[in-house]
Design a protein around this ligand. Sequence first.
Ligand code: ATP
Ligand code: MG
Length: 663
Amino acid sequence: MRSGKEHGVATETPGQESQQTLSNLMSETRRFEPPADLAASANVTAATFEEADRDSLAFWESTADRLTWARRWDTTLEWNAPFAKWFVGGELNVAYNCVDRHVEAGLGDRVAYYWEGEPEGDSRTITYADLQKEVSRAANALEELGVRKGDRVAVYLPMIPELPITLLACARIGAIHSVVFGGFSSAALKSRIHDADAKVVITADGGYRRGKPSALKPTVDEALEECPGVEHVVVVRRTGQDIAVNDRDIWWHDIVDRQSAEHEPAPHGAEDPLYILYTSGTTGRPKGILHTTGGYLAQTAWTHHAVFDLKPETDVYWCTADIGWVTGHSYIVYGPLANGATSVIYEGTPDTPHKGRFWEIVQKYKVTILYTAPTAIRTFMKWGDDIRAKFDMSSLRVLGSVGEPINPEAYVWYRENIGGSRCPVVDTWWQTETGAIMISPMPGVTAAKPGAAMRPLPGISADVVDDQGNSVPNGGGGFLVVREPWPAMLRTIWGDDQRYIDTYWSRFDGMYFPGDGAKRDEDGDLWLLGRVDDVMLVSGHNISTTEVESALVSHPKVAEAAVVGATDPVTGQAIVAFVILRGSVEESADIATDLRNHVAKTLGPIAKPRQIMVVPELPKTRSGKIMRRLLRDVAENRSLGDVTTLTDDSVMKLISEKMPAAK
Ligand code: ATP
Ligand code: MG
């Protein structure tokens, strides 16, 4: 992978001229005020921000006080930069906080999860009382298999109820889970099992994807050929496919079902590890991010309550992410359950058995809060506006977005077409590393701008700095940083403190550097500009891929776009764009010229792409992010870098074939 240095980004001070370019690029003027009724009863008001500004540690203590502690902490924060410890001396059990305490409070009949399988009619309703029994049985089973506090458990499951149950069972006994996406290859699974030295693997025979059973177990078998440290493989029967049964294998129903439905949750230290999760690998080799117990749960629970304005008695919340991604960990499992929320979990793909499946689910469960990703939103735009019109989505009241910068056009489409022009859209910026949402509009407070993540959450000291680490003034662009530690922050990279220091704490002295570029507009609001590795340097101007992509998506014929900088003898780098057209649009001979002119008109001639290619699909990670580094390889006629985290590698073949030979 190439460094930012070669792109002329990370090590060069942006000149006056390029800063100017950055601030001219985004001239979005639309604003959406919070709905009056939502604002009137919102969980968070301007006063919350003031409170956190006055005393951020006291604010974080108030978030921790929303949890039930077996022993209260002695010290709120111990900060030996860059190593943080939060709520030191405190003890709690995460599973107790997510499940048992709600049952004890008389809420056992409340639905924790409406689970919707991909095959229609295959669904389950799981109350908090049900969940308590299931988690206890699973915890007893893990203990019978010899799993103890601190042991690592690899989890390779489809989106079925056993997935959150497994995570909670691990948390209950203090075992560290390491979830690996169900779509990853055996090589990816093997490297993650090795890296974490997992003792047990929990998997299934398969899951349902795109209308048919898709096998998981053979991938595990292949991975385990070289994993002698794994003692047991627990297999959930989901699809009933034929599988090989090896000595280490045991069926979930054989070991879990016969266990007692009672299990005493032992208290764990606030800083005891909760899980390891590998980043999605958009930029290179995945990093094993380590999260711990007390601070993580406090912040995920509070942000879920705040950013989505969750009212657990009445809301039905649906986050469409896979639990194999951090969004699923924090906002399908830990945050929502700690808050006693009712959530939907859906196993399958949005187009099975028809392209209205998501909206059918919203209608069926009367979903009030929907949290999804720009990649999904752009896919729905591509499919056309008439599909969702067939469903009643009037229950929705708050919409969220996460994973990539959301193009203003996609934001407005989401707001109007899915949210009926009445639901606020919260564009939430965060990472596997941050554990919880860091920058986002608040639905009852913020007059949101389409495409902007707006302001840091209470207690979060995010800033935009120049190359020297100085705050940029309003209207300036540069590097996103976080100046102070936060409770859900990663504690290290598993087994590699040095990589932790080098990756996040070495670019700017004393500041956390997430790797993303950002702009602070004239009002002081934040716009995320994508990864700094993706910023292009064209004739001495820094141009972000995000801005050019948003300009392309603002053309009525374009559903999705990915832009990269390719080496160019004249301009240093030249812009190469890959676009997907909207559903009903035919590819015409002059489309490339049209789009090049459209970008020039929207952003200025400097941002005009050298080349535009119409493609059927874009290379994406399993979590739906565009992998620009692979497109850069194509644009520069190089062989492709690491493709192991790609959803579908045939996409790259289709794109490479369309690419004319090198200039
Ligand atoms: P790797 O670090 O291995 O390359 P990754 O960064 O894709 O993988 P994640 O932690 O899942 O793995 O993604 C976090 C990144 O996603 C952020 O750093 C940012 O680039 C992007 N991102 C997430 N949410 C937003 C958002 N709302 N706006 C802009 N970018 C976002
Ligand atoms: Mg990352």
